[in-house]
Write a protein that binds this ligand. Structure first.
Ligand code: FES
Length: 259
Protein backbone atom coordinates (compact mmCIF):
# COMPACT_ATOMS: atom_id res chain seq x y z
CA UNK A 1 0.00 0.00 0.00
CA UNK A 2 1.38 3.42 -0.91
CA UNK A 3 1.02 5.83 2.02
CA UNK A 4 0.00 9.48 1.70
CA UNK A 5 2.34 12.15 3.05
CA UNK A 6 0.92 13.99 6.06
CA UNK A 7 -1.47 16.82 5.26
CA UNK A 8 -2.78 18.19 2.01
CA UNK A 9 -0.60 19.62 -0.71
CA UNK A 10 -1.23 22.01 -3.56
CA UNK A 11 -1.04 20.52 -7.06
CA UNK A 12 -1.00 22.61 -10.23
CA UNK A 13 -3.49 21.75 -12.94
CA UNK A 14 -1.77 21.18 -16.27
CA UNK A 15 -4.65 20.07 -18.51
CA UNK A 16 -8.42 19.90 -18.55
CA UNK A 17 -9.57 17.73 -21.43
CA UNK A 18 -13.19 17.42 -22.53
CA UNK A 19 -14.32 13.84 -22.85
CA UNK A 20 -17.99 13.88 -23.85
CA UNK A 21 -19.95 14.28 -20.61
CA UNK A 22 -16.75 14.05 -18.56
CA UNK A 23 -13.55 16.01 -17.99
CA UNK A 24 -10.11 14.49 -17.53
CA UNK A 25 -8.16 16.82 -15.22
CA UNK A 26 -4.37 16.45 -15.08
CA UNK A 27 -2.34 17.95 -12.25
CA UNK A 28 1.35 17.77 -11.41
CA UNK A 29 2.06 16.28 -7.97
CA UNK A 30 5.74 16.97 -7.31
CA UNK A 31 5.66 16.23 -3.58
CA UNK A 32 3.44 13.15 -3.56
CA UNK A 33 4.48 9.52 -3.96
CA UNK A 34 5.08 8.68 -7.63
CA UNK A 35 3.59 5.22 -7.24
CA UNK A 36 -0.03 5.34 -6.10
CA UNK A 37 -1.70 1.96 -6.43
CA UNK A 38 -4.68 1.45 -8.75
CA UNK A 39 -7.89 1.72 -6.74
CA UNK A 40 -6.42 4.21 -4.25
CA UNK A 41 -8.04 7.65 -4.13
CA UNK A 42 -7.35 11.30 -3.36
CA UNK A 43 -9.42 13.90 -1.53
CA UNK A 44 -9.64 16.88 -3.89
CA UNK A 45 -10.68 20.51 -3.50
CA UNK A 46 -10.17 23.47 -5.79
CA UNK A 47 -7.84 26.13 -4.36
CA UNK A 48 -10.06 29.00 -5.51
CA UNK A 49 -13.81 29.47 -4.98
CA UNK A 50 -14.20 26.24 -3.02
CA UNK A 51 -17.39 27.38 -1.36
CA UNK A 52 -20.94 28.48 -1.93
CA UNK A 53 -22.28 31.99 -2.13
CA UNK A 54 -22.37 32.13 1.67
CA UNK A 55 -18.63 31.45 1.72
CA UNK A 56 -19.08 28.10 3.47
CA UNK A 57 -16.39 25.74 2.19
CA UNK A 58 -17.36 22.45 0.63
CA UNK A 59 -15.88 19.25 1.94
CA UNK A 60 -13.17 17.81 -0.31
CA UNK A 61 -14.42 15.14 -2.70
CA UNK A 62 -12.96 11.63 -3.01
CA UNK A 63 -11.79 10.57 -6.47
CA UNK A 64 -9.93 7.47 -7.55
CA UNK A 65 -7.07 8.52 -9.77
CA UNK A 66 -7.36 7.40 -13.38
CA UNK A 67 -3.74 7.63 -14.45
CA UNK A 68 -0.36 8.44 -12.88
CA UNK A 69 2.41 9.35 -15.27
CA UNK A 70 5.78 10.73 -14.13
CA UNK A 71 4.35 12.94 -11.39
CA UNK A 72 1.18 13.84 -13.29
CA UNK A 73 -2.10 12.58 -11.89
CA UNK A 74 -5.29 12.33 -13.93
CA UNK A 75 -8.82 12.37 -12.51
CA UNK A 76 -12.03 11.64 -14.40
CA UNK A 77 -14.81 14.00 -13.34
CA UNK A 78 -18.41 14.74 -14.14
CA UNK A 79 -19.90 18.09 -13.12
CA UNK A 80 -23.03 17.10 -11.19
CA UNK A 81 -23.12 19.69 -8.40
CA UNK A 82 -21.42 22.80 -7.05
CA UNK A 83 -18.23 21.04 -5.88
CA UNK A 84 -17.77 18.86 -8.96
CA UNK A 85 -18.67 21.87 -11.17
CA UNK A 86 -15.77 23.76 -9.63
CA UNK A 87 -13.35 20.86 -10.05
CA UNK A 88 -14.48 20.21 -13.62
CA UNK A 89 -13.95 23.91 -14.45
CA UNK A 90 -10.34 24.09 -13.26
CA UNK A 91 -8.05 25.80 -15.75
CA UNK A 92 -4.39 24.98 -16.41
CA UNK A 93 -2.28 26.87 -13.88
CA UNK A 94 -4.93 26.76 -11.14
CA UNK A 95 -4.32 25.06 -7.81
CA UNK A 96 -5.87 21.76 -6.72
CA UNK A 97 -5.64 20.72 -3.08
CA UNK A 98 -5.02 16.98 -2.78
CA UNK A 99 -4.61 14.50 0.07
CA UNK A 100 -3.58 11.03 -0.91
CA UNK A 101 -3.12 8.43 -2.13
CA UNK A 102 -5.52 6.91 0.39
CA UNK A 103 -7.08 3.51 0.95
CA UNK A 104 -6.34 0.05 -0.37
CA UNK A 105 -6.41 -0.72 -4.08
CA UNK A 106 -6.76 -3.78 -6.29
CA UNK A 107 -4.87 -7.03 -5.66
CA UNK A 108 -3.52 -9.26 -8.45
CA UNK A 109 -5.86 -12.06 -9.57
CA UNK A 110 -5.72 -15.30 -7.60
CA UNK A 111 -6.82 -17.28 -10.62
CA UNK A 112 -7.58 -16.95 -14.31
CA UNK A 113 -7.45 -13.80 -16.36
CA UNK A 114 -8.52 -10.41 -15.05
CA UNK A 115 -11.81 -9.13 -16.43
CA UNK A 116 -12.51 -5.43 -15.82
CA UNK A 117 -16.08 -4.15 -15.52
CA UNK A 118 -16.76 -0.41 -15.29
CA UNK A 119 -19.89 1.69 -15.03
CA UNK A 120 -19.80 5.40 -15.84
CA UNK A 121 -17.16 7.34 -13.95
CA UNK A 122 -16.25 4.04 -12.27
CA UNK A 123 -14.06 3.46 -15.31
CA UNK A 124 -11.44 5.72 -13.67
CA UNK A 125 -9.64 3.24 -11.37
CA UNK A 126 -9.89 0.55 -14.04
CA UNK A 127 -7.81 2.72 -16.37
CA UNK A 128 -4.74 2.77 -14.10
CA UNK A 129 -5.33 -0.89 -13.22
CA UNK A 130 -5.27 -1.70 -16.94
CA UNK A 131 -2.07 0.35 -17.27
CA UNK A 132 -0.60 -1.87 -14.54
CA UNK A 133 -1.75 -5.32 -15.66
CA UNK A 134 -1.65 -4.87 -19.43
CA UNK A 135 -3.59 -2.87 -21.96
CA UNK A 136 -5.01 -6.01 -23.49
CA UNK A 137 -6.88 -6.90 -20.28
CA UNK A 138 -10.46 -7.75 -21.21
CA UNK A 139 -12.69 -4.80 -20.35
CA UNK A 140 -16.45 -4.26 -20.31
CA UNK A 141 -17.80 -0.73 -19.93
CA UNK A 142 -21.34 0.54 -19.43
CA UNK A 143 -22.48 4.14 -19.81
CA UNK A 144 -25.72 6.07 -19.65
CA UNK A 145 -25.38 7.62 -23.09
CA UNK A 146 -23.10 8.16 -26.05
CA UNK A 147 -21.76 11.36 -24.44
CA UNK A 148 -20.64 9.37 -21.42
CA UNK A 149 -19.28 6.55 -23.57
CA UNK A 150 -16.65 8.98 -24.89
CA UNK A 151 -14.55 7.85 -21.91
CA UNK A 152 -14.14 4.46 -23.63
CA UNK A 153 -11.52 6.06 -25.89
CA UNK A 154 -9.00 5.33 -23.13
CA UNK A 155 -9.79 1.60 -23.28
CA UNK A 156 -8.90 0.29 -26.74
CA UNK A 157 -10.61 -3.03 -27.43
CA UNK A 158 -13.18 -2.68 -24.63
CA UNK A 159 -16.74 -3.89 -25.19
CA UNK A 160 -19.16 -1.02 -24.58
CA UNK A 161 -22.83 -0.98 -23.64
CA UNK A 162 -25.07 2.05 -23.23
CA UNK A 163 -28.45 2.47 -21.55
CA UNK A 164 -29.82 4.27 -24.63
CA UNK A 165 -28.14 2.08 -27.24
CA UNK A 166 -26.44 5.06 -28.88
CA UNK A 167 -22.97 3.48 -28.66
CA UNK A 168 -22.13 -0.22 -28.49
CA UNK A 169 -24.72 -2.69 -27.25
CA UNK A 170 -28.12 -1.52 -25.99
CA UNK A 171 -27.70 -3.37 -22.71
CA UNK A 172 -26.48 -3.22 -19.15
CA UNK A 173 -22.81 -3.93 -18.67
CA UNK A 174 -23.78 -6.83 -16.41
CA UNK A 175 -25.37 -8.53 -19.43
CA UNK A 176 -21.97 -8.37 -21.14
CA UNK A 177 -20.41 -9.77 -17.98
CA UNK A 178 -22.83 -12.71 -17.92
CA UNK A 179 -21.87 -13.56 -21.51
CA UNK A 180 -18.15 -13.27 -20.78
CA UNK A 181 -18.49 -15.55 -17.76
CA UNK A 182 -20.35 -18.08 -19.91
CA UNK A 183 -17.27 -18.10 -22.15
CA UNK A 184 -14.68 -17.97 -19.38
CA UNK A 185 -15.93 -19.01 -15.94
CA UNK A 186 -12.40 -18.89 -14.51
CA UNK A 187 -11.92 -15.12 -14.75
CA UNK A 188 -11.31 -12.80 -11.79
CA UNK A 189 -13.52 -9.71 -11.87
CA UNK A 190 -12.48 -6.14 -11.08
CA UNK A 191 -15.44 -3.77 -10.99
CA UNK A 192 -16.20 -0.15 -10.23
CA UNK A 193 -19.41 1.75 -10.81
CA UNK A 194 -22.65 2.84 -9.19
CA UNK A 195 -24.10 0.73 -6.35
CA UNK A 196 -26.83 -1.00 -8.41
CA UNK A 197 -24.25 -2.12 -10.95
CA UNK A 198 -21.84 -3.31 -8.27
CA UNK A 199 -24.63 -5.22 -6.54
CA UNK A 200 -25.54 -6.90 -9.85
CA UNK A 201 -21.86 -7.82 -10.36
CA UNK A 202 -21.59 -9.11 -6.79
CA UNK A 203 -24.76 -11.23 -7.11
CA UNK A 204 -23.70 -12.69 -10.46
CA UNK A 205 -20.22 -13.53 -9.19
CA UNK A 206 -21.66 -15.10 -6.03
CA UNK A 207 -24.01 -17.22 -8.16
CA UNK A 208 -21.11 -18.41 -10.33
CA UNK A 209 -18.52 -18.64 -7.53
CA UNK A 210 -16.29 -16.15 -9.32
CA UNK A 211 -13.86 -13.99 -7.31
CA UNK A 212 -14.49 -10.28 -7.63
CA UNK A 213 -12.91 -7.13 -6.24
CA UNK A 214 -15.25 -4.15 -6.07
CA UNK A 215 -14.00 -0.55 -5.87
CA UNK A 216 -16.87 0.99 -3.97
CA UNK A 217 -18.14 4.55 -3.95
CA UNK A 218 -18.95 6.38 -0.77
CA UNK A 219 -19.58 9.88 0.46
CA UNK A 220 -16.25 10.32 2.22
CA UNK A 221 -15.94 13.26 4.55
CA UNK A 222 -12.43 12.83 5.97
CA UNK A 223 -10.78 10.09 3.90
CA UNK A 224 -8.55 8.81 6.70
CA UNK A 225 -10.75 6.87 9.09
CA UNK A 226 -11.89 9.53 11.55
CA UNK A 227 -15.51 10.41 10.73
CA UNK A 228 -17.11 6.96 10.22
CA UNK A 229 -19.10 8.42 7.33
CA UNK A 230 -18.01 5.68 4.95
CA UNK A 231 -18.79 2.63 7.10
CA UNK A 232 -20.34 -0.39 5.41
CA UNK A 233 -21.41 -3.77 6.82
CA UNK A 234 -19.49 -6.86 5.73
CA UNK A 235 -19.68 -10.51 6.76
CA UNK A 236 -16.74 -9.72 9.10
CA UNK A 237 -18.31 -6.66 10.72
CA UNK A 238 -18.29 -2.99 9.81
CA UNK A 239 -15.40 -1.56 7.81
CA UNK A 240 -14.46 1.97 6.81
CA UNK A 241 -14.22 2.16 3.05
CA UNK A 242 -11.60 4.91 3.17
CA UNK A 243 -9.04 2.82 5.08
CA UNK A 244 -10.21 -0.81 4.67
CA UNK A 245 -11.27 -0.18 1.04
CA UNK A 246 -12.35 1.31 -1.25
CA UNK A 247 -11.58 -2.03 -2.92
CA UNK A 248 -13.45 -4.82 -1.15
CA UNK A 249 -13.68 -8.54 -1.89
CA UNK A 250 -17.20 -9.17 -3.15
CA UNK A 251 -17.29 -12.41 -1.17
CA UNK A 252 -17.11 -10.37 2.07
CA UNK A 253 -20.36 -8.56 1.27
CA UNK A 254 -23.99 -9.54 1.70
CA UNK A 255 -24.81 -6.65 -0.62
CA UNK A 256 -23.04 -3.80 -2.41
CA UNK A 257 -26.10 -1.58 -2.01
CA UNK A 258 -25.08 0.09 1.26
CA UNK A 259 -23.78 3.31 -0.31
FE1 FES B 1 -14.17 9.47 7.29
FE2 FES B 1 -13.97 7.10 6.07
S1 FES B 1 -14.38 9.02 5.17
S2 FES B 1 -13.93 7.49 8.20
Amino acid sequence: MTLAPFGRRLLTVTRNDGLGAYRMIWAVDLDGPPDPEPGQFYMLAAERNWGGEDGRPYLPRAFSYARADAGDLAFLLEAIGPGTDRLAGLEPGEGLWATGPLGIGFKPPERGRPLLVGGGIGAAPLLCWRDAIGHDAATLLGFRSGAHAAAAVYFPGALVATDDGSVGRHALVTELLREELDRDPEATIYACGPPPMLEAVRALCAERDVPAQLAMESGMACGFGACMGCVIPTRNGYVRLCVDGPVVDAGDLETAWSH
